[in-house]
Design a protein around this ligand. Structure first.
Ligand SMILES: [Fe+2]
Ligand SMILES: [Fe+2]
Length: 204
C-alpha cells in the first residue's frame, strides 16, 4: 500500500501546478521584450514544454515504481527530482507570459505513468534504454523549439538550453548505467506518441 500512497503523492505534486525548483531559473539573468503576437506564440510553445515535463515526471515515476533494483529506482527518482526544476521553470515562464498550463496535464501524467511502468516491466536495462531514447528525442524536440521561439524571447530560450543540457546528461548517464538499445519500431512509436501530446498541448 505504501508505495502507492507515495506514488499518488508524487503525481499530485506534479500536476498541482506548484512545482518547486531547487535551482534558480536561468531566465532570471536575461530580459525579453515581446509583441502581443510573439507573446502568445511563446506561451503556446512553453505550454508544450511544460506538458512535456509533466510527462517526464510521470515516466520517471512510473519507471521507478516498477523498477527491479533499488539502485535503478534511486537513480530514476534522482533524475525525476532534477526534472522537477524544469517543470517549475516552465511553469514560472508561462505565468510571466500571462498564460496557463495544459488543461490535459492529468491525462498526460496518467498516460505517461502507465507507459513508464510498462517500460520498466521489461527489466531495468530496457527501462534505462527507454530513458536514453526519451532524452534523445527530447533533445531533438528542444532544438526544434529553440528555433521556433520568437527571436526576442531570450528568457524562454535560456530555460530550454539549460533543460537540454540536463536531458543530455540524463541520457548519457542512463547509457553508462547499462541501458539496452530499443528496437526501431518502439522508438518510432515513442516519437509518434510524443507528437500527439506536443501537438495537442500547443492548443489545449
Ligand atoms: Fe526535462
Ligand atoms: Fe529529462
Amino acid at each position: 500500500m505504501e508505495p502507492f500512497i507515495t506514488a499518488l503523492d508524487r503525481a499530485l505534486r506534479a500536476v498541482s501546478g506548484h512545482a518547486h525548483a531547487a535551482r534558480p531559473s536561468p531566465a532570471a539573468a536575461v530580459e525579453s521584450r515581446l509583441s502581443e503576437a510573439d507573446r502568445r506564440r511563446a506561451a503556446a510553445l512553453m505550454r508544450v514544454n511544460h506538458a512535456g515535463e509533466i510527462a517526464a515526471q510521470a515516466l520517471y515515476h512510473g519507471q521507478a515504481l516498477a523498477a527491479r533494483s533499488k539502485e535503478t529506482r534511486a537513480w530514476l527518482l534522482e533524475a525525476a527530482r532534477e526534472e522537477s526544476d524544469h517543470l517549475a521553470w516552465c511553469e514560472e515562464r508561462l505565468a510571466e507570459l500571462g498564460s496557463r498550463t495544459s488543461r490535459l496535464n492529468p491525462l498526460w501524467y496518467a498516460g505517461s505513468f502507465a507507459i513508464g511502468a510498462l517500460a520498466a516491466a521489461f527489466g531495468d536495462r530496457t527501462s534505462l534504454g527507454f530513458v536514453a531514447e526519451t532524452e534523445r528525442q527530447v533533445e531533438g524536440h528542444l532544438d526544434e523549439h529553440l528555433t521556433r521561439l520568437p527571436a526576442g524571447d531570450e528568457r524562454s530560450r535560456v530555460i530550454l538550453r539549460e533543460m537540454r543540457a540536463d536531458e543530455s546528461r540524463h541520457g548519457s548517464n542512463a547509457r553508462a548505467e547499462g541501458a539496452a538499445s530499443l528496437p526501431p519500431p518502439v522508438r518510432a512509436l515513442m516519437q509518434r506518441t510524443a507528437r500527439i501530446m506536443t501537438g495537442t498541448a500547443y492548443w489545449l
